[in-house]
Design a protein. Sequence first.
Lengths: 304, 757
Amino acid sequence: MNDPLLEDLTRLQQLASLIDGQGPRLTAAMTFADDAARASRGATNAASMLKAMQRFESFETLVPAAPGPSTISRSPQAMAALIAGLNERHKAGVAGPAFDTAAAVGAGWAFWRDRLLAYLLNRTMGVGSVPRDQLLLASMGLAPARWFRQRLDQMTVAEWSEATLSVFRVDDEARVGPPWLLAAGLRALGAGEALVLAVLDQLVARPFPLLRFEPNDLSAAREFARGATGRTVSMSGASLATSPSGGVLMIIRDEGSATRAWRPDALALDRPLLAVRRSDYVDCRPAIAWLTEAGVIIGVTDEP
Amino acid sequence: MAVTLDPIEPDGRGPGYWKAEPLPVFLQGDAYRVLSREMTAYVSGQIPGRSFLISGHRGAGKTTLVERVARDVGLAKIVTFRRGGDAGAGPRRPLLVKLYGPSLVQDEPPAPAAPTPTPTPTPMPADGATAAAVAAVAAVAAARDVASLGASQSAPPERPVGTPHKTLVQIGIALYRALAEEAATSLRLHTRAAHDRRAGDQLEFAAQFSLELDRPADAAALRQIWRRAGRLEEGVLWPSGLDVPGPGGPPPDQGVREIVAIATAAQAFQVCTGAVTYSRTEKNTADASSQATTGGALDLTRTINKLASIAVGGGAGALAASTGASSGLALGAALGAGLLGLGAFSWSDTRSQKSNQALDYTFIRDNSAQTLEQDLPLVIRRVRAAGLNPVFVVDELDKVPNAAVTIGQMIDRLKGLVTDFGFFCFVTDRDTLEQIEAKIRREGYPVEHTYFSERLLIAYSPRDVIGHLREVLRAPDASDKIVRDAVALETLLHARPNFVEVTRALARLDDAALAPPATARGALRRQLAAAFQLAIDAILQGPELGGRIKADPGFLQFAIDTLYWPVSCWKRGEPGFGFDRQSLKTRLEERLAQRPAGAAAERLSLDDLFEEHDLDTLLQQLTALMDQLTRFNGLRSILARDAFWSETSAGLIPSLPGGEPGMAAFQRTGWYTWLYDVTGRRVGDPLEGLDPDQISNERLAQIDAAVATAESFFRLLDAFDVTFDQVVDSGLLPSALTKLDFDLVLGRLKMAADRNR
């Protein structure tokens, strides 16, 4: 066969093989995503769920579907049957109570607090899969799941920075974090215990406008600052771990730039970095001003 | 039925004798809508004044825009008046006052070296529409003569260069001319109605009135005219009677208000045309010299007020009494009134009036800047009180060097007048606007930011043009609407959203072009052009460009230059279209350089006009456009959701004869080949050179099976509401190919298989 066609045919045949090979996992992942999206009553969709599942490495923990007539394969008949089944399920609607976003957010803070503590104090990377409700929150872009990853050591400076500054986002319910996240974030970015404790003291002495917290919140925050193993997130510039005079350098980054992928422990800098997206700068200005007055931010630079 | 072309607007706008002459249907864009809304608010008294910078390339219809808006707002107000009027506001409509920009801002030229100056010929107004501009030119010429004369006598110039005087003089002259023209036109309509009821000398009377108003008219004479026309109470500016009695009828003293307004404007006109005195008395230098030393004999405001009271009280006796300090005027007015009292409006009477006015010229000589600055607002207030709200059009500013700076200086001089006493439209070219915009971007909020209520650019989006073409292409039946839209889209694709080009293209449309195509190839040709234009429209309506253009209409031209770039390649018959960031930038720079040089001091570069990320946005949107052309299904979905195309979307996009998903094929990033040329011929055939007989039945079966699997899989993903690319992005399926690649693969294989069957 003289061929532009052979190349095309080969491509389609490779796709068919891929469908066969990945069919069980595809079936399980897509069904899970579709079910979760329908449970949210339209608050999210299957595509966003797949993205969240990728972020939390959920595909690895999914139990692939057993091969059978309801599994995706190269057979057009099998796929037609799947479509028919899917349509039936969609027509039947969703059973059970609606997804409770507020409850999921509340449970999420407890879940992530434990996970962060384990990571920051013991370098435990996060055991076990992330619950479905957290996947749903992440797919909707809601706190707290929106910031984190399955492997916390894979989080970037940009992600930790956003989580840290979320404490000051008092006017945005979807993005505001609890005070302990300020301590956890700063520690994850490489700030020392003394600095973080000093910041928490400042929070009491010079409250950030509209930021409300209970004594319990502060004790939880101090737990992050005073870890049993001290400054466990290894960075260069170890003196910061004990010196309150060490502060962080703020970098204003552009969307899509290389700084987006920097990870805290991969940087050979003598002080922690806090990265703020340029488009978020105006929203973050009150927080930046407060942190500067509190001595946390000691310098601001543009993206190199 | 069939599609027909009718570029003239429907008859019947305005009541009775006030019905407007139908004009060509106007292409309305955002600038028209904004200007119309603001002018309506101004005329209705909701805002005291506004200043607009109206810009656009040559031939874009800048002045026409202001004229059409003023006409349309005026007609709407007349219709509203007949229906009972606006409650509380009284009848009002715009009065267009045209000013020749260069004469307002240019400094007077230096005196010539020749000892004996030669007076510059003064052109006479050719017609009402150009009278103001010509009058302004005449005044410049006259002023130049004065300056020359002064220089020859070794005297200093009468007024210092750079003062607001010249600008105010031009405004005073133009305002009177416009008001006189409006009054004369209105009176003519009333007399026509009277003549049709009972024929007499009404038409001659109206004509004579027009001539009277070519010179400054005095209050007593005006009162006589109004009384003779039977309009002393109702006035001449509005139609007789209301269809529906309402609160917005004319005030009981409408006629007197009109007389006061015209008499006041006439006095200002006399002051402003003081230069005319010089040109007349030039023949007798001794007289001119004598007059020049006796200026400031009368304060204009006091005189105007007195004249006003005279008009209200009526009668030459009162006139004489109230102007006791100015016997010349009293004498003249008494003489005029006496003659008028005879009721004989013959040509000889007119000559008598002329000599009377010669006295006036000599008498009122205070033409200082201070007087005009104080008096023009008064004139404008009285014109408004008569129901006419002046709309000043300062035209041809693109002929002024360094217009961006000069316009600012002019607005500084006229500050109070511009903001509180009128609706000013400064008309200039696009370069000037861009220079101002660049400065505002560069400096944050410079003073230029405060000069204009709005900075409008006359630029038309494809949708504006389609809306216009729908108006002029009449389609009685539903099937005709599809033909109409296809013709409109094809016309637009070739003409681009350019006012002049669209007008030319319309003029070339004949019956054959408006008929449904007779051949399949002809139908495909039209549909391909329509689909191309629809894809451009969809990109421009999208959120990425739509919001950017709304915030900065100047960006529209860059978007158009970008999106019509592949159209040019397609029309040239090139095999494909390739682009990247640098070539797009070069293309836009070339387009910028091709623009005619304007009034701006310096040529702006692309970097002055937009940010780097704007170029990225345009690059993305160009890619999106080409993607739309590779798969018409996406375009069909967009159209199906767009109410603008709800009646016609089904028939505008072709199903291609070879089963291809679109008219272009993706080759690699930034490179697409055309599958069909502009005539509808299949080109760039991917199966070219392939002998269908070489495809065995076994291979055919393999193709069928692979196609069936792929298509089923994509249908399944649709059912899950995810796309193939999303599944790949999430890491569930490793694939180097995108859905678009597979669409092309499927298209080629299906075509090959179909040919072999």
